[in-house]
Design a protein around this ligand. Structure first.
Ligand code: PSV
Ligand code: MN
Ligand code: MN
Length: 394
């Protein structure tokens, strides 16, 4: 046994039960504001999106739940959709609200100056809570596209106060076992100010609500250079990290495959999650949800999601390999280079062969990407899904 194999054997039990939720919208067509590309085999219904998410789970064992976005995934009978998902081997997860595609919300939704429009946006969240009750979902995820484009356009303080009031009304409606997670994003679609631009604002808003209100950290929603692992640490320290939307970015909210742009950053974030007790399999008390929030612009969607969950798994394994005792000793001794070496040793450990063997032991394909390509599934859905209207993220 090599040293790496011995170290991997130690952490292997902690990989058991890792769960990464998939976004239903990842399976629809997507693109940029310039063009949404159609791809053969794209789902024409919510059921086909769920079937695709279930395929990712079948090849990886990592994605037992799928998040829905309302109204993109609106169906008549959510109880039946829940049964459909279970029959395909997955459960329905987080419900995402959507107040960013209605003309009424041009100048805000939960922050709007007009109480009628605020109430309409609140009612939409009530509808999402009804969906959660039918699907058995725990989390209501709120991302708000609200803000302004020009200095002086809006009363920043008034909007923050109205937001607090609207969120309190929504929070009052969620059940004892349910949670509200508030996602932040530094800009876009508003370009001057955004009402929930950063973790501090989200933290301030959810703290005022209560224990079951938490922050959602989307890794693509920060200014370049932001130390996201520091935010991860702080939110865990404060007991307010509810969930991650994982994706990667080179420039802004690029929504690319997780770990594609900066694998080291993903490692550093996962190290802080583990260090802070936020990694479920290592800490059953933890309730930090791992989700993907990415869209596939030019690549095939199912293998794109397979790649992402595998990248999360691989970086989790490497982050678990950090020799925390040796790291703490070096830190306490002021051994700058020694501490950095302990950290980098784990990051630079190639765990791919060990993970392949680990998967095989569990009846999963050793190499899920290759297994998917060889399975013929992509060709099957491309041949079967003709006619109808392909769904796109918007
Ligand atoms: C916004 O950019 C976001 O990250 C939110 O999570 C949305 O709900 C999601 O993307 C889907 O567009
Ligand atoms: Mn997101
Ligand atoms: Mn985003």
């Amino acid at each position: 046994m090599t040293d790496t194999q011995a170290a991997f054997a130690q952490i292997a039990p902690l990989l058991e039960g890792q769960a990464i939720e998939l976004p239903s919208w990842a399976f629809g067509n997507s693109g940029t504001r310039f063009k949404v590309f159609g791809t053969a085999g794209t789902p024409r219904s919510v059921e086909e999106k769920i079937a695709d998410a279930a395929t990712v789970h079948r090849f990886t064992g990592l994605a037992p739940t799928v998040a829905l976005h309302i109204p993109w995934d609106l169906v008549d009978d959510f109880g039946a959709l829940r049964t459909f998902a279970t029959d395909h081997g997955v459960e329905l997860g987080t419900i995402n609200s959507n107040t960013f595609q209605d003309d009424d919300y041009k100048f805000g939704a939960l922050t709007h100056v007009d109480p009628k429009i605020r109430q309409k946006a609140i009612d939409h969240h009530f509808e999402c809570i009804d969906v959660m009750n039918a699907t058995g979902s725990r989390d209501l995820k709120i991302w708000l596209a609200e803000g302004s484009n020009y200095p002086g356009q809006a009363d920043l303080r008034g909007r923050q106060d109205r937001l607090a009031e609207s969120l309190a009304t929504i929070y009052d409606r969620i059940g004892e076992e349910q949670r509200l997670v508030l996602e932040y994003k530094f800009f876009e679609p508003a370009f001057y100010h955004t009402d929930v631009p950063d973790w501090g604002t989200s933290y301030a808003q959810v703290s005022a609500l209560g224990e079951r209100a938490l922050v959602c950290l989307d890794t693509g929603h920060h200014a370049p250079g932001t130390n996201i692992e520091f935010i991860t640490m702080q939110l865990l320290r404060l007991g307010k990290l509810g969930s991650f939307d994982f994706n990667s970015r080179f420039y802004a909210d690029d929504d690319l495959i997780v770990g594609a742009a900066d694998p080291f950053q993903l490692f550093r974030i996962l190290f802080e999650v583990i260090r802070g007790g936020g990694y479920g399999p290592a800490n059953p008390e933890s309730e930090v949800a791992f989700m993907l929030d990415q869209c596939h612009n030019v690549e095939d969607k199912i293998p794109g999601q397979i790649r992402s969950v595998l990248n999360v798994q691989e970086m989790t394994a490497r982050a678990l390999l950090v020799d925390r005792d040796a790291l703490a000793a070096a830190q306490e001794a002021g051994d700058v280079l020694g501490a950095n070496e302990v950290f980098m040793d784990a990051f630079q450990t190639d765990v791919r062969a060990d993970l392949a063997a680990w998967r095989e032991e569990r009846g999963l394909p050793a190499h899920p990407m290759k297994a998917y390509a060889a399975s013929g599934h992509q060709q099957e859905i491309e041949a079967a899904r003709v006619g109808g209207t392909q769904l796109s993220w918007n």
